[in-house]
Design a protein. Structure first.
Length: 110
């Protein structure tokens, strides 16, 4: 490749591509993903054959690593929606003490 081809579409001072540059030979579309896809395919096939027994061996032989593995799989944050019926809470917080006071008042009258 010639120096002219290498500098085409680049800023002469920084060597960076100028905005609007669409080109250069670059890598072919999808070529970067081929290695990743092949790797994941191999890992999946290995997991299908040996995954469960490997986890069991890891759990037995290196429990700390097993726990780290599980912790790394879990999400950092859980978005949990909690709904609660306040009628029961209100009963305990408000109505029960009122009844106790009422009971106490009635017991004094007798």
């Amino acid at each position: 490749m010639t120096l002219k081809k290498m500098t085409e579409g680049r800023d002469p001072e920084t060597g960076r591509f100028v905005s609007g540059n669409n080109g250069g030979p670059g890598r072919q579309r999808g070529s970067r993903n081929k290695l990743g896809e092949a790797f994941l395919t191999d890992v999946y096939e290995s997991w299908q054959k040996h995954g469960r027994e490997t986890l069991e061996q890891m759990r037995r032989d290196d429990p700390a690593a097993y726990v780290r593995l599980v912790a790394n799989i879990l999400p950092d944050k859980l978005d949990v929606g909690v709904t609660h019926q306040f009628a029961r809470v209100e009963h305990v917080i408000v109505q029960v003490p009122e009844r106790v006071i009422e009971h106490d008042d009635t017991s004094r009258k007798e």
